[in-house]
Design a protein around this ligand. Structure first.
Ligand SMILES: Cc1cc2nc3c(=O)[nH]c(=O)nc-3n(C[C@H](O)[C@H](O)[C@H](O)COP(=O)(O)OP(=O)(O)OC[C@H]3O[C@@H](n4cnc5c(N)ncnc54)[C@H](O)[C@@H]3O)c2cc1C
Length: 395
């Protein structure tokens, strides 16, 4: 059983190849892609294709399906490493890697045969998950008397879907999707929604605007629009009306991967700041020789270490759910902690860089914008505290 705090030989080999990928394919182009005014131009198919060639894109598929069967712990490490290069690329990949893990567990054999090759055999194959709607964001984290506005009506041989999702990562780039819609209109979304699998070529499914984000720009987020979109009965994932069970059963590491993305960006921010403190001379000596700054750097180092430890605990626990009882708070809290310390580190890094931190040419301002991405993504932190509190105190 691999241990959460020890990187074994196999993991080290994977991480070394991801570090090379980051150095060769991401870092040289990330700032220029980020600077494009049009969000669609900030996305790079070239990076996706190279991630395929490096074996990253499909690494969570089992070996018999062409991957290396990366577990949650290893995948979290990879996501952190990718985010040291760019948080957007880490998100493009984290969504794909985690949805591939869900698909291997939640799809029927027939669904796997029809959808996995479509994703696997296309070097541009990406995955996305559509849950959030303009009227339903935090609602899917806390129980209540609400339901999705995107609805599926039963028709002969399948379901007709109408409505829209928004903010969905990869949705204008993916070729396979998991989609959560209301199928039982009198129930709330926890007891009356269903998960469907569909492709980008499903008639009646189209894309709306691509959101113009302040950070994490190398990933695209877009609206998904459904107009009498027919999905056959054979593409219902799990049971009708029980879609949320898919998330509960097969999504344990989603929050930790989100934490790993924001952590990787924070590590890169810290490393830039450490270098700056070693080289910038004020008051007759490098900044790092000033006690206050040196102590603050040590505090940043500690926060990163604690965030990583928490994320690894969560991914390790997700891998070992058959041996150790799963603590559902681990599905909500690690991302909160990582995004809070990342935001703190971003502001401290700005201070330590002085006025240069505010100037685009240094590159820190991109890291600060990127650090904001996960205060809301994968659940607003306040809502996730509420979700964890409900598990902890209400059962
Ligand atoms: C970069 C990014 C990527 C994303 N990717 C995806 C994706 O791939 N797929 C997807 O489906 N969605 C995605 N989302 C959507 C994301 O999950 C939602 O933005 C998030 O759940 C919050 O919903 P909201 O934006 O509607 O905020 P709201 O729900 O409107 O929340 C606004 C504020 O109200 C608070 N609040 C809301 N409800 C309560 C309550 N009951 N009690 C107390 N306070 C409350 C919240 O904490 C928050 O502070 C993404 C979002 C972002 C920013």
């Amino acid at each position: 059983m691999s241990q959460p705090f020890v990187v074994d030989e196999m993991q080290e080999a994977v991480l070394e190849s991801v570090r090379r990928f980051v150095a060769d394919e991401i870092l040289p182009v990330a700032a220029d892609l980020d600077a494009n005014a049009d969000p669609e131009e900030s996305f790079s198919w070239g990076i996706v294709e190279k991630s395929d060639a490096a074996g990253i894109r499909t690494m969570t598929l089992p070996e018999e399906w062409g991957g290396i069967g990366a577990d949650y712990l290893t995948t979290g490490m990879v996501v952190e490493e990718l985010a040291k290069g760019d948080i957007g690329i880490s998100v493009v990949m984290a969504q794909t890697l985690k949805i591939a893990q869900i698909m291997m567990e939640a799809l029927s054999e027939d669904q796997q045969q029809r959808f996995i090759p479509r994703f696997r055999d296309n070097p541009r194959g990406l995955l996305a998950i559509g849950i959030t709607e303009p009227e339903n964001g935090s609602n899917y984290f806390v129980h209540g008397d609400w339901s999705f506005n995107t609805r599926a009506e039963k028709v002969d041989g399948g379901w007709k879907i109408n409505g829209m999702k928004h903010f969905v990562s990869n949705s204008n780039r993916a070729n396979v999707f998991l989609l959560f819609v209301q199928t039982e209109k009198d129930n709330d979304l926890f007891s009356g929604s269903t998960c469907f699998i569909l492709s980008n070529e499903t008639p009646g499914f189209s894309l709306g605007q691509v959101h113009n984000k302040m950070g994490e720009r190398l990933a695209n987020n877009a609206e998904m629009i459904f107009q009498d979109c027919f999905v056959p009965d054979s593409d219902v994932v799990g049971e009708v009306g029980n879609g949320f069970q898919i998330l509960a059963d097969f999504f344990p590491a989603s929050n930790a991967y989100a934490g790993a993305s924001v952590l990787g960006n924070a590590v890169a921010t810290y490393e830039m700041t450490l270098e700056w403190a070693k080289n910038r001379i004020q008051g007759g000596k490098p900044l790092i020789e000033h006690d206050g700054i040196r102590a603050q750097l040590a505090e940043m180092h500690m926060m990163l270490d604690v965030a990583r430890t928490y994320i690894r605990k969560a991914t390790w626990a997700a891998d070992n759910r058959d041996k150790v009882p799963w603590d559902p708070a681990l599905g909500a809290l690690p991302k909160i902690y990582a995004s809070q310390i990342a935001w703190q580190i971003a502001t401290w890094a700005m201070e330590i860089h002085g006025g240069s931190g505010f100037m685009k040419e240094i590159g820190l301002e991109k890291r600060v914008r990127d650090a904001a991405a996960f205060l809301h993504s994968d659940g607003v932190n306040r809502t996730l505290f509420l979700k964890a509190a409900n598990y902890l105190y209400k059962g």
